[in-house]
Structure formats: C-alpha cells, structure tokens
Design a protein around this ligand. Structure first.
Ligand SMILES: [Zn+2]
Length: 349
C-alpha cells in the first residue's frame, strides 16, 4: 500500500483530500471579533482545574542517560508533556554528538514507552542536520510508521535550513529589518522550508501532516496571557495550520526561574496556561542527579490543581473552546514586537 506521504512526493500539487488540519471556510470574515472576545475571557479548564501547564522539549543533546530521569520524575508526578524526536539519523553526526535519534533501537524503545504512558511525541525537524525535501518526506513517513500518527506538533531545530518561516521570516515589516540587523553576525542561515521550489521546501507536507508549529517564546510563565490568540492561523504564513507560543525555559536556569513558586501561584490565580520551551537534556540531570531546584518546583507544581496534558491535547482543547483564530495585522505586530523585546533581553529563542 502506498502511504499518503509517498503520494504527495510524486505530485507537485497537493491533493485536496490530504489537507487534514485546515478546513475550507473555517476562517470566515467576521469570525475574528468573536474569537478575540472569547480569547480574552477566562478559560474554564477541564475537570475543575485552575490552570494548564505543559512542556515542549526540543530533543537537542538528548540521550537515555540524561533525559530518562527527568521523564521519570514528570511521569511519577503525573505531568504529561511533549517530547520531540528526530526520526532519522543525520549521516554527518556519526558520533551522535547532537543527541540520540529514533534509529537507535534502545532509545526508540524508551520513546515508545513514553508514548504508551501518555506523553506525546512531537517532531523537531526529521534529523539533527539539514534535510532536503525527499529526506524530510522520508522522515515523516518514518515518524508515522514508528508512532502511528502524524507529527501533530513541531518545532524548528535552529541549525536546519528546512526550518519553516524561521529566522527573519518569523517577522514582518520593520520588525524583520530590526531582526536582520541584530542577527547579522549570529544567524547566517536562511530558513527555506516555506519557499516553493527550494530544495529544502516542505511547506505542503507541513500543511498536510503537522497541526501545530511553535513560533514565539516569551518571558512570562502565562503563555496564554502573552499570546491569547493561540492556537492561531497566520494568513501571511499559509503552510502552517496553527501556531503556538511558549514560555522561556531553554536552559535549566531559565526554566526554574520561569516556574518559580511565585510564578506558579500567579499562573494559577490568573487561570492561565503555560507551554514551556526547553531542552530537558541540558543540565536538568547531571551525573544521574536531578537539578534540585527543578525537582522541588516540579513536585510543588504537581501538588497544585493544574491540568497537566501534552501540548497537542492542550491546544486541541483551546481550539475547540475558542474556535479557530486568524491573526490580524495588528495582533501580528504586537506579538512580533513583544518577541523581539524578549529576544533582545535573553538571546536565542
Ligand atoms: Zn533544536
């Protein structure tokens, strides 16, 4: 049987039936105001919970040795999150210096075990190095055969040119010019996943198989407070069905600072929601010893009345509750300025 992804590969035109996540007519004129109003209302979380909290873990540098103890803690505490993977091995990473991938049988078995215990598996591009279109398609096919589902949630790995609407393309207008000035020395990479005809283009595949893509990261623990529009569709970025934002936690230090006791209490009081952006392989567990601050704060959080579900479950709930939201030019400007301001203060996000 020919898989759906393979059929897309043979056709330049995406068969209409394959567009699974965007329903025609869903973004109707006049809907925006209603959605904006509802997005400012306090969300009623399932099961009488006070707030929502989850994590999207970029898989950089992850090995069983360094992340398993972190996931053991999360599982024990009932905090179910999203772990991203690389389904394919990058041929240039022959020493696995970038971290493990799903071509390692022992690692794959552990990741499948995580999925079986309720964690979501997401995609962080298909390999640790850049992948051209055919390779990305192969990686998504592999993901589907390993996990039995499309990679519903996705984040771009910073060193991969197939990144979609990444780098300067995250921004528009004046913000893009500012970013290009700022990033001139740091990011020479041009991200091309959304550029039709480019060898790294996979926008049509993304639209068919990925539902949620991460974009902006903000300092505050209340991601939904910073970005009440999420999950949103941005008509200037048509190959992404829905975008989500995240809160700063790329290292263990920024993670524990964002989920401090005071911030946890503030999140609960606001009835808000947090999606942490992070790399759980980086410093959360050293020499088989969990970072004491991280462990204490996670145990505290777990005792609170929070809704702890993976990113996809959380975003599906928001989408169902608030309805689809199309980003207006004014909302885009506001999000872009806020993200630029955050980026200027903390660097990489
Ligand atoms: Zn990465």
């Amino acid at each position: 049987m020919v898989s759906r992804v393979a059929r897309v590969r043979r056709s330049e035109e995406l068969p209409v039936g394959l567009v699974r996540h965007v329903q025609p007519g869903v973004y109707r004129a006049g809907q925006e105001n209603a959605t904006m109003r509802s997005s400012k209302r306090r969300i009623v979380w399932p099961d009488g919970k006070d707030f929502a909290f989850t994590v999207f873990d970029d898989t950089d540098l992850a090995t069983i040795a360094n992340v398993k103890p972190v996931y053991d803690l999360l599982a024990e505490q009932g905090i179910l999150t999203t772990k991203s993977v690389w389904p394919l091995r990058d041929p240039r990473d022959d020493r696995r210096g970038e971290g493990m991938d799903c071509e390692d049988p022992e690692y794959l078995e552990w990741v499948l075990g995580l999925k079986a215990s309720g964690f979501e598996i997401g995609l962080h591009t298909v390999a640790s190095g850049g992948s051209r279109r055919d390779r990305t398609i192969e990686g998504i096919e592999r993901f589907r055969s390993l996990f039995g589902t499309e990679p519903i949630t996705y984040s771009t790995h910073m060193s991969n040119p197939e990144g979609i609407y990444f780098g300067p393309a995250r921004l528009s207008g004046l913000r893009r010019a500012f970013y290009e000035l700022y990033a001139r020395k740091r990011h020479r990479m041009r991200f091309r996943g959304h550029i039709e005809g480019d060898e790294f283009f996979w926008g049509d595949i993304c639209r068919s198989y990925v539902k949620y893509v991460r974009n902006f990261v903000f300092a505050d623990i209340n991601t939904l407070g910073e970005c009440p529009e999420m999950p949103y569709h941005d008509p200037s970025k048509p190959y992404v069905n829905y975008w989500f934002a995240s809160s700063e936690g790329q290292t263990v230090d920024s993670f524990v600072s964002t989920i401090s006791e005071a911030n946890q209490d503030r999140l609960a009081e606001a009835g808000g929601a947090c999606i942490m952006y992070t790399h759980l392989a980086v410093g959360f567990n050293r020499g088989n010893q969990l970072d004491a601050r991280f462990e204490r704060l996670i145990r505290r959080l777990a005792r609170m009345n929070g809704w702890f579900v993976p990113v996809r479950t959380f975003l599906d709930f928001l989408l169902e509750t608030k309805g689809p939201h199309e980003l207006s030019p004014g909302e885009r400007r506001r999000l872009e300025w806020r993200w630029l301001w955050h980026k200027a203060r903390v660097g990489r996000t």
